[in-house]
Design a protein around this ligand. Structure first.
Ligand code: TA6
Length: 313
């Protein structure tokens, strides 16, 4: 089974306007609300690719109930641990989408700090679920958990049970988890710069930084590079995934889409090149859609013919 974990899920409020101006009244052209939080997005994207997963995580208060309802609307099985505690509500994130340039800007809430007994309950749930061969997707903000080793501890627990962990984290949460045996990490350029401790601009510099992570023995590192596509290290091989040109409507959620397609590709026993082509195609289809999650599956088939992938020697 594939499990996704979202420690800090959200309601995403997406605000569309022509162009954003600071210190002015900005008139919205429209707005919409959707589910936010990277694990939930991976589960939804998997569902759209015909792959079953179970979404786990923590929801709080009325907003938490709304999140569970939104996920149900997508037909995803969810077993979130829900708590109604005074003053504790799952967060709301805001995204501004500028229609003139298609630039989107995300503003994320922190979410209430989770007490240790809540994270302990999640560990207990996971230990009861994970079996050898299962895939566990740990992704998204975890700053609502004080213990920066949370992803590291969850990874170790899953690996001990024979699970494979796909991790998309940042900052200290990512750094601490490197040693715990993840199968895949998916840093973006900013996160890779943070790990490397320096600025990285060129393909050569990025590859050098990826090689520096060799000692952690992580089989797959996918560095998503925004509008530049992605650079992926798979065992000893490097691939450059070129971006597909599309009419971008909302660039949010493309990284979650890319990750979901790698997992779908593994589940469907694709070879690495097919898997990366699928990842680029699902990410491109997501960029065409107006929300931070969701895409038209028919577009994926069309994009598969157009992806350019180079093996870097
Ligand atoms: O990748 C898009 C997205 O999942 C949004 O829906 C948004 O809520 C945000 O990312 C959450 O990211 P975070 O890193 O704060 O968990």
């Amino acid at each position: 089974m594939i499990y996704t974990v979202t420690l800090n899920p959200a309601v995403d409020r997406i605000l569309f306007l022509k162009e954003f101006h600071r210190s002015r009244t900005n008139r919205l052209t429209r707005s919409l609300e959707t589910i936010g939080g990277k694990g939930t997005h991976v589960s939804i994207n998997l569902k759209l690719q015909g792959v079953t997963s179970i979404a786990l995580g923590i929801t709080l208060g009325e907003n938490g109930k709304k999140i569970a309802g939104l996920l149900q609307g997508w037909g995803v099985e969810a077993r979130f641990l829900h708590y109604d505690l005074p003053g504790m509500e799952s967060r709301t994130n805001f995204q501004i989408v500028e229609e003139s340039s298609h630039i989107s800007t995300m503003m994320t809430g922190r979410g209430p700090l989770l007490p240790a007994d809540i994270t302990d309950a999640l560990f207990k749930q996971l230990r009861g679920l994970i079996r050898a061969g299962d895939m566990l997707v740990l992704t998204g903000d975890a700053s609502n958990v004080e213990d920066t080793a949370i992803y590291s501890r969850l990874t170790r627990a899953a690996v001990e049970l024979g699970g494979r962990v796909f991790l998309d984290a940042s900052g200290q949460y990512l750094r601490e988890a490197l040693k715990s045996g993840p199968y895949l990490i998916k840093p973006n350029l900013e996160e890779l710069c943070h790990l490397a401790g320096r600025d990285l601009g060129t393909e050569g510099e990025i590859i050098a930084a990826l090689r520096e992570l060799d000692s952690y023995n992580i089989p797959m590192i996918a560095m998503t590079w925004g509008g530049n596509g992605a650079i992926v290290k798979h065992d000893r091989d490097f691939f450059r995934v070129h971006p597909i040109e599309v009419e971008t409507v909302n660039e949010g959620g493309c990284g979650d889409a890319f990750l979901s397609a790698i997992i779908a590709g593994i589940e469907k026993k694709m070879d690495i090149e097919q898997m990366l082509k699928l990842a680029a195609s699902v990410a491109a289809a997501t960029a065409e859609s107006e929300a931070t999650v969701g895409f038209d599956p028919a577009r994926v088939g069309q994009f598969m013919q157009r992806v350019v992938l180079d093996r870097i020697l």
